[in-house]
Design a protein around this ligand. Structure first.
Ligand SMILES: CC1=C(CCC(=O)O)c2cc3nc(cc4[nH]c(cc5[nH]c(cc1n2)c(C)c5CCC(=O)O)c(CCC(=O)O)c4C)C(CCC(=O)O)=C3C
Ligand SMILES: [Fe+2]
Length: 434
């Protein structure tokens, strides 16, 4: 799939809150004029700056102005890189969360099966390299750093280095595309903790801004569409068109899903489920555009933990595969839309456990690729950064989003994705320092 047409077919050009004037809606880009999809890229340049009066003042990607940001921080989960790391890593992840010991032992085994190494850090190194290459290729002179919540390089250490190097205003890209406590607020809490730690050391903490959710950005969706097409191509011709799509994401407690959002306006499952359903639908539609086949699909869950009496999102992928088998489905593609790279949740819970279940059932399955370090995803990060930079400068910008939900908010509103025990969180409307 060529880069330039990566949004073809499924694009709806939407404008974010506060962006431009109604008069400029839908025709702000001279590259988009007259196209049925209302959306077109030229050299990655969908971003158009609009003057206060609504007149176009130029294509922002030609300016590459990251002001006010002086750095980008790639913020991820982290994972162990050898057998000795596994238990300390799991202790970091579950500190204060009451995960049953049995579950921890089980999760530890997942890692030991792979030599105690999670692929997540290597995948983030690859993404870091892709981001630097993309920035360099587009004349964007902005340092990119990488830090984790749960393993080295630790967030606090990286933010300290960045502070000592003089960075004052940092844009943050989290490797989680959706709303929820675990996928968004917890990252913001960790940022607040790290900034507080720096302040306690006598440093002046920089300001951090978290870039918006990108579950419906074409640079996130389109690489996954290509992955699904590749998986379909691997299935025998006779069963290919009948294959079910099992979109998977991390199960979370239903209470946590229900309260995810900007506000709980999204029905059961909150913004977490709604955003995943939207990403799934965008992929189904884009595949249909390519193949002419509308595959039956369902959003299912994986990697559940926590006490059995607490309800989490269901069905589990393995139960779903059983159901598909009894319903006579000839094949399935597992599509891990909930994850940004093929890390341990994908490698164990899907490629090991669910694949074994499918083999036991005699159900042919494929697992499609996550975005990882795809150059289109790197370009998306650049676009999200330039978009946010323009917004912070007070300029109106076009915000790219596919489908019906539109671009997510920049600033998590007060009370967004609440924690059980409220804690300070950075980069939101309720953050202590802005
Ligand atoms: C929504 C979500 C994402 C997606 C968003 C994002 O990517 O951030 C995600 C990602 C990940 N989760 C990961 C690993 C773990 N998650 C755990 C525990 C939990 N995750 C939860 C949710 C999520 N998790 C929840 C509600 C829990 C239980 C309570 C808690 O502890 O909050 C546990 C503890 C043991 C267990 O309960 O399984 C581990 C080891 C790894 C690293 C994989 C690797 O090493 O390659 C990654 C990328
Ligand atoms: Fe997790």
């Amino acid at each position: 799939m060529a880069f330039a047409d990566y949004a073809r077919g499924v694009a709806a050009h939407t404008r974010g809150p506060g962006g431009g004037t109604p008069g400029s809606r839908g025709r702000a880009s001279r590259y988009g004029k007259g196209r049925a999809a209302g959306f077109h890229r030229r050299d990655g340049g969908w971003v158009v700056a609009v003057s206060a009066a609504g007149g176009r003042i130029g294509v922002m990607s030609d300016a590459h102005d990251p002001t006010p940001y002086d750095a980008l921080l790639l913020l991820s989960f982290g994972g162990p890189e050898g057998p000795d790391d596994v238990v300390p890593f799991l202790e970091n992840v579950t500190r204060g969360r009451g995960i049953p010991k049995e579950r921890l032992k089980e999760v530890g085994q997942h890692y030991f099966l792979f030599g105690g190494v999670s692929p997540i850090n290597e995948q983030n190194r690859a993404l870091l390299a892709a981001l630097r290459a993309d920035f360099a290729a587009h004349g964007l002179d902005l340092p990119v750093h990488w830090g984790n919540r749960n393993w080295a390089p630790y967030l606090t250490d990286v933010l300290r280095e960045m502070t000592l190097a003089g960075h004052r205003r940092i844009a943050v890209l989290a490797t989680s595309a959706y709303a929820s406590y675990s996928g968004c607020r917890q990252y913001r809490e960790n940022l607040a903790d790290s900034l507080a730690a720096l302040a306690a050391e006598g440093l002046e903490p920089p300001r951090v801004d978290k870039l918006r959710h990108y579950f419906n950005h074409p640079g996130f969706v389109r690489p996954m569409v290509d992955g699904v097409l590749a998986s379909l191509a691997e299935l025998d011709k006779e069963i290919r068109d009948e294959a079910h799509f099992a979109f998977t994401t991390h199960s979370i407690p239903t209470a946590s899903a229900d309260s995810s959002g900007p506000v709980p306006e999204h029905g059961d499952g909150g913004a977490y489920v709604r955003q995943h359903l939207e990403a799934a639908r965008l992929i189904v539609d884009a595949v249909r555009e390519e193949t002419g086949v509308e595959h039956p699909w369902r959003l299912v869950y994986q990697s559940r933990s926590g006490a059995p009496h607490i309800p989490w999102l269901e069905p589990d992928i393995c139960d779903h595969l059983e159901e598909l088998r009894s319903a006579g489905a000839p094949a399935a593609v597992m599509i891990p839309i909930g994850f940004v790279s093929d890390h341990m949740e994908v490698l164990y819970d899907l490629d090991t456990e669910a694949a074994a279940k499918a083999a036991e059932l005699g159900l042919p399955v494929r697992r499609s690729a996550t975005v990882g370090a795809d150059p289109r995803f790197a370009a998306t990060v650049r676009e999200l950064l330039l978009e946010r930079a323009a917004t912070e400068r007070g300029a109106a910008v076009e915000r790219c989003a596919l489908g019906a939900l539109g671009p997510s908010h920049d600033l998590c509103p007060v009370g967004c994705c609440p924690a059980r025990a409220p804690r300070p969180a950075a980069a939101g409307a309720d953050s202590p320092r802005l």
